[in-house]
Design a protein around this ligand. Structure first.
Ligand code: ADP
Ligand code: ASP
Ligand code: MG
Length: 476
């Protein structure tokens, strides 16, 4: 079935359509019988140097199944783009210009080592020129939120186009799938999986002969049709959404470490990779601060039962971590820390024997679309944590009628994750035994069988992670 480009662009599937209907629609559009695909996502450090991009080509061309390669921006690029946007927003165009110049010089150097054939060099230079011309034009126009998202998108647009220039130089057949043509979020910034499924299937259907596709992670269109993104680290989320949309055989997340480690390697010296995690365990770790995965990146794969593998680009033979419905291994598997948490305590004598009190409090958070991470209650008080300070003032104002409030900033959630850990008394003893000298503000236990969370003041984070490493894993 053929459709004009215009028709494809306007085809949007309302979120309320059920999965069965969407699948039926896809079969009608594509004729069904699509091959099983594999998704391979490479993060910033995996593409951050020319020799790493060369190496990735050797990894992706080994595949037998048709593959979609999802790329992040080169490491450091998104940070630089954030800086450019912030400088423009603040009216400091000179500072923005300097960062643009520095970034452009970095890309000139990068392409000089990426490609060698004159035709490829010309193409790579043209790609770099086009994107930096865009950034220089932006310098001259008035700032808007939408414009800042356009700036942020340049990193992934550059990395994928340059990767394709190199693939072409190597004579590797491929096609670039523009993420802005299929990846979308709704008015609440939630990905529209039904629409992504339909649009992606259509795009693939047009290129049936192609076995290797390349697309951008992180970037998407929002409900106004503007360029937007899936938040920092969002390329993992893109990969999982694509894998879910295509019912892929596997979603591989290639990064700079050999899988999910038992503790944060940026904080603790001796950490070891975890071989297997269930979707639930991985989701808890990602949400509660294990930076290797974007916080929301597990649910699409989990919902569509696509196994996720975390692998090391620099050490491809290492086992990494397999994330699937069921996972071997019992007991505690890993701990993670989530920073910048705000704790709010609401004290009220009216809570005593009252019903409906918690509902009213939750409604305030719901009104300001601020998710609650932890909650503990007593007869006279309730403590809640949030990580989004955007509407804190408004929330506190609306909580006033319910009692007095106390706010603690700069808190950290420490999550201990594993299989059935909340039922094992030995684990509880070990956990509290190893952190007895550290003051704990809140404890969340029993909410899920595989997570115990503690709220502590951020100043104790390093110490607690180190002590847990010794106490729970016997690692020093
Ligand atoms: P990429 O650029 O490939 O997306 P990230 O920097 O986002 O890579 O994620 C990989 C990094 O996550 C690692 O280098 C490591 O420092 C950090 N990290 C934090 N917690 C963990 C953990 N529990 N296991 C593995 N890596 C972790
Ligand atoms: N480039 C984006 C970032 O640095 C997305 C990603 O790398 O996943 O946040
Ligand atoms: Mg990342």
């Amino acid at each position: 079935m053929s459709q004009s480009v215009e028709e494809q662009k306007t085809l949007s599937v309302p979120p309320y359509l059920c999965a069965q209907f969407v699948n039926q629609l896809i079969i009608q559009i594509t004729g069904g019988g699509e091959p099983i695909m594999k998704v391979m996502k490479f993060g910033g450090t995996s593409v951050g140097r020319p020799e790493r991009m060369h190496h990735i080509v050797s990894l992706v061309t080994r595949q037998e199944e048709p593959t979609i390669v999802v790329l992040s921006a080169l490491s450091g690029t998104t940070n630089a783009l954030v800086e450019i946007g912030e400088n423009i927003a603040r009216g400091d165009r000179d500072a923005a210009r300097k960062t643009i110049e520095k970034l452009e010089a970095h890309y000139q150097q990068f392409i000089s080592e990426l490609v060698t054939k004159p035709a490829s060099v010309d193409k790579a230079k043209a790609v770099v020129a086009e994107h930096f011309e865009f950034l220089n034009i932006i310098l001259k126009i008035s700032f808007s939120e939408a414009l800042s998202k356009d700036i942020l998108a340049q990193g992934e647009l550059l990395s994928t186009r340059l990767f394709c220039v190199y693939l072409e130089e190597q004579g590797v057949g491929h096609a670039l799938l523009p993420a802005l043509e299929f990846m979308s979020i709704d008015a609440y910034d939630e990905p529209q999986i039904g629409s992504i499924k339909v649009k992606l299937s259509q795009l693939l259907q047009q290129r049936k002969e192609v076995k290797l596709f390349v697309t951008q992670g992180y970037i998407c269109r929002n409900s106004r049709g503007e360029v937007d993104n899936l938040k920092r680290g969002g390329s993992d989320y893109s990969a999982s959404l694509i894998a879910a949309a295509l019912n892929a055989s596997v979603c591989e997340i290639w990064t700079d470490i050999d899988g999910m480690h038992n503790n944060d390697p940026r904080v603790v010296k001796k950490t070891v990779p975890v071989e297997q995690l269930s979707f639930d365990e991985a989701a808890e770790l990602a949400y509660f601060g294990a930076k290797i995965l974007h916080p929301a990146s597990i649910w699409p794969a989990q919902q569509y039962k696509v196994p996720v593998r975390l692998l090391n680009t620099m050490q491809p033979e290492a086992k990494g971590t397999l994330i699937a419905e069921k996972a071997d291994g019992v007991g505690v598997k890993a701990v993670a820390a989530k920073d910048n948490i705000i704790a709010i305590r609401i004290k009220s004598s009216r809570m005593l024997l009252a019903y409906g009190f918690l509902r009213k409090i939750f409604e305030v958070f719901e009104k300001y679309r601020t998710p609650i991470d932890m909650i503990t209650t007593s007869e006279v008080a309730v403590s809640i944590t949030i990580d989004n300070p955007q509407y804190l003032k408004e929330i506190l104002k609306e909580l006033e009628p319910f009692g007095s409030t106390e706010v603690d900033h700069n808190q950290t959630i420490i999550s201990v994750v594993g299989n059935e850990i909340a039922q094992t008394s030995d684990i509880i003893k070990k956990l509290f035994g190893s952190i007895m000298n550290i003051p704990v503000r809140m404890v969340s236990y029993g909410g899920s069988p595989h997570n115990i969370s503690l709220l502590i003041s951020a100043e104790h984070k390093t110490q607690i992670l180190q002590q847990l490493n010794k106490g729970m894993f016997g690692l020093e």
